[in-house]
Design a protein around this ligand. Sequence first.
Ligand SMILES: CC(C)(COP(=O)(O)OP(=O)(O)OC[C@H]1O[C@@H](n2cnc3c(N)ncnc32)[C@H](O)[C@@H]1OP(=O)(O)O)[C@@H](O)C(=O)NCCC(=O)NCCSC(=O)c1cc(O)c2ccccc2c1O
Length: 146
Amino acid sequence: MPRIPYIEDFSAWEKDFSFYIPISVRFSETDMYGHVNNVSPFIYFEEARIAYLNSIGFLSKDMRQKDGIIVADLQCNYLKELYFGDDIRVYVKTASVGNTSFDIHYKVMREEEAILTARGRLVYIDTEKKAPKKLSDALKQKLLET
Ligand SMILES: CC(C)(COP(=O)(O)OP(=O)(O)OC[C@H]1O[C@@H](n2cnc3c(N)ncnc32)[C@H](O)[C@@H]1OP(=O)(O)O)[C@@H](O)C(=O)NCCC(=O)NCCSC(=O)c1cc(O)c2ccccc2c1O
């Protein structure tokens, strides 16, 4: 396993996921070499991130009236190639929580093989002030328990 800066111990890290979405690789996500192009996983991460945030109530109508979430950064490590028709599972978990932001990690599996890893920071925003907003202890707890 190559050194991945945001993963200290891969086997401990990979055991810690439970939420995932299934995806079948589409032809339009591949390139002239026949493999999935480097930009396509960012769409997988988006789909998985939205499903994950929905599952913990972070995109509920109530929350969206005053608060928002914005992507601050996103980083991907490509371990193996993917091909048209591959069935994958895109896992998501909250890895750490800051003052106004939280880091989520992603693991993409094809059967029992790790294909991609990624991490990204999301910032909690006050949509009226258009500024980062402190995460309450209750929200932090919700993030860390899923
Ligand atoms: C990202 C910003 C809002 C930061 O604003 P500002 O510079 O004022 O923030 P602070 O300095 O106070 O820091 C707050 C907090 O954020 C961390 N942080 C700041 N910048 C970065 C960065 N570049 N990379 C990583 N982390 C950063 C900082 O450490 C602080 O953390 P604490 O926990 O210590 O408080 C502002 O820069 C901004 O608005 N940038 C533009 C963002 C943008 O345009 N993103 C792309 C569009 S959003 C998007 O694509 C999107 C996709 C989705 O799939 C979503 C799914 C679900 C919901 C929303 C989605 C979404 O918005």
